[in-house]
Every structure is written in structure tokens, then in C-alpha cells.
Design a binder for this molecule. Structure first.
Ligand code: ASP
Length: 326
């Protein structure tokens, strides 16, 4: 696919025709493998309808995939009712809300923050790390300092609802961090714009009532998120420790590179989790797109969903899963 695409680009360069303009004029243009191009597209984990609508409004106006995924991720980050992302996210077992986020653009640039406290939009800070620093990861107080220096304001992110849930958890938990297969609502969002460029973003408050200092997969490039414009992109939700150990998103992109469809690659990545002794007790969901704008999604346990808009058509998909019953 890579070679044929290169050849295609080479040919169009020779004839003086630019790829984006062909796509605009002939939206059904096929690549040399006769697969219909399915972008623009944006897709997110879970029923993140409002996030996808925000991302789509940018893609529709021929905006960039990077702006689209950031705008999408910022929706649940600001929503106090979303208890797994940003403001309103459930705290760690000490009652502190700590946020993780990552972002990648079509050039392979990446930025991420982890263990960030008091800043409502970690995805915007992650993008600034990517664009304004020579680094990829900033963590904890350093990430916060960087955010404050760049105009972000400090806010209390612990809502009454989240505080109450934490108080209730404390009653019976014996302060033990637990893995669970519910309550995974991390937003992972991917987009391919009308130019064919791909970007991705991932944002979370992590596992509810996690150990202090715990960081999951979402800010880890290759685990919770990976983008390669030549191939496609993937993102994850679910138990971060499992996704990190299997380098989930990167493995999906690499499988797509060998010719697998996004659906096949997500299924193969989920099957890799079966070698883990605790796989029956954990949940992981993956979504992916390839460079034609085709998409896929798959999870270990039932109950995972994803939402997308592809060429203007919106869809909530009940994901297929490896196990059929809980
Ligand atoms: N993947 C996230 C984490 O482990 C959690 C989630 O998806 O809910 O931090």
C-alpha cells in the first residue's frame, strides 16, 4: 500500500496535479488498490457525540485534523458530568484529580502531559508541549508550571459529584486500588481531514480512585494513541496497564501497515490481551482508522461503543467484542 501510494503521489507530482485538489473535485477517487476513500472522518471512543460534532464542524469547514481532535477532546474535558475526563473526573484515592492527555499530528509530532493537576484542558497543554517545547512528555508540577506560564488558569477540578463518589468509595474500599471493567470513559479521538491528513488525541482522568502517582496508557505515545499518516491511527480506552504492556495503539498501526483493515487490526490487538492472566477481569476497547478513512473498533468485553461522523454521516456503533457475555 505504501509503495503504491508513493507511486500515486509521484505520478500526480509528475503530471502537476495535487492530491488534495483531486480529492475535492472527485470525492470518490480511488487509490490504485480500488478502495474508495472514506474521509473526512472523525471517530471517538464511547458515545462522545458532542465531541465528534465539535470535531466535525472543523473538518466540514476544511479545517485541520489536529484542530478537530483537540476541539473534540475539549468537550468532555469541560463537562462536569463526565466522570472520566477533565473537570468532574473522579479523583485518585487521596481525593486529587490528576489528568493525562496526548496528541499527535500528521507529521508524527507528539506531545503529552501526565499527572497534571488543576488545569481543565490537558489536551491543549499537550498540544503546546508538542508545538512549543523540544520534548514529548511533561509530568506533574512541571506540566502545571508550563501550563500556567502559557496562560492556562488553575481551577478546582473536583466537583461535588466526584467528591461524593470518592467519599462513598472510601467507606468500603480499604484504600485498595482496584481494576474494573466498568467506568472507562476516556476519550480517544481520531480524525482525517479533507487533505487526507490524520491526527489523534486522548484525554482522561485515569482509573477512578487510582493510587497516587498512577499514570495510565492515555498519555503514552504508542500505547493510548498512535498516528502514522502513511498508515493510519489508533487509540485506546480501558485498563491502561494492559494497553501499555501490549503497546496497543502502535501495534494496531503496525498491523495495518502490513495490510490489515482497521477492524482486523483492532481484533488482533484485543486477542493479544488473552495471554494476560487477568484478561477475564479487565476491559480494553480500541478504535482505528487507516489512510483511506476506513474505520474499525473492537473490545475485550461487551459494552464498548464508539461514535463517528464519516463524510457527513453520524453513527453510534455498539462495538463487537471478544467475549459475548459479562
Ligand atoms: N485508559 C484509561 C487509563 O487507564 C482509563 C479509561 O479508559 O477509562 O487511565
Amino acid at each position: 500500500m505504501k509503495n503504491s501510494r508513493r507511486q500515486f503521489i509521484k505520478n500526480t507530482a509528475l503530471t502537476g496535479i495535487i492530491l488534495p485538489s483531486i480529492i475535492k473535485e472527485f470525492p470518490e477517487v480511488k487509490n490504485s488498490e480500488s478502495k474508495v476513500i472514506q474521509y473526512p472522518i472523525t471517530i471517538a471512543t464511547w458515545n462522545n457525540k458532542k465531541a465528534i460534532q465539535a470535531a466535525w464542524s472543523i473538518l466540514k469547514a476544511e479545517g485541520d485534523a489536529l484542530d478537530a481532535v483537540q476541539a473534540g477532546a475539549m468537550v468532555p474535558e469541560a463537562d462536569p458530568e463526565d466522570t472520566s475526563v477533565g473537570y468532574g473526573g473522579f479523583p485518585d484515592r487521596d481525593g486529587d484529580v490528576t489528568l493525562d492527555a496526548s496528541i499527535m499530528d500528521h507529521k508524527g509530532n507528539a506531545g503529552a502531559v501526565m499527572y497534571l493537576e488543576g488545569i481543565k484542558h490537558p489536551i491543549a497543554v499537550a498540544r503546546m508541549v508538542m508545538e512549543k517545547t523540544p520534548h514529548v512528555f511533561l509530568a506533574g508540577s512541571g506540566a502545571k508550571q508550563f501550563a500556567l506560564e502559557n496562560g492556562f488558569i488553575e481551577e478546582n477540578l473536583l466537583t461535588e459529584k466526584a467528591k461524593q463518589a470518592w467519599e462513598n468509595w472510601k467507606l468500603n474500599s480499604k484504600y485498595e486500588p482496584k481494576i474494573n471493567s466498568e467506568r472507562h470513559d476516556t476519550i480517544g479521538i481520531l480524525a482525517q481531514d479533507s487533505k487526507g491528513n490524520i491526527a489523534g488525541a486522548c484525554s482522561t482522568s485515569g482509573l477512578a480512585f487510582k493510587m497516587k502517582g498512577r499514570v495510565g496508557d492515555s498519555p503514552i505515545i504508542g500505547a493510548g494513541l498512535y498516528v502514522d499518516n502513511e498508515v493510519g491511527a489508533a487509540t485506546a480506552t480501558g485498563l491502561g496497564e494492559a494497553v501499555v504492556k501490549k503497546v496497543g495503539a502502535f501495534s494496531i498501526v503496525e498491523m495495518m501497515r502490513t495490510g490489515m483493515s482497521p477492524q482486523m487490526a483492532c481484533e488482533a490487538a484485543v486477542k493479544r490481551l488473552l495471554s494476560m492472566p487477568n484478561h477475564k477481569d479487565l476491559q480494553v476497547g480500541y478504535i482505528a482508522i487507516n489512510n483511506l478513512g476506513q474505520y474499525g473498533g473492537f473490545s475485550l468485553q461487551p459494552g464498548f461503543q464508539f461514535y463517528l461522523i464519516q463524510k457527513g454521516k453520524a453513527k453510534l456503533v455498539e462495538s463487537k467484542s471478544y467475549f459475548k457475555n459479562k
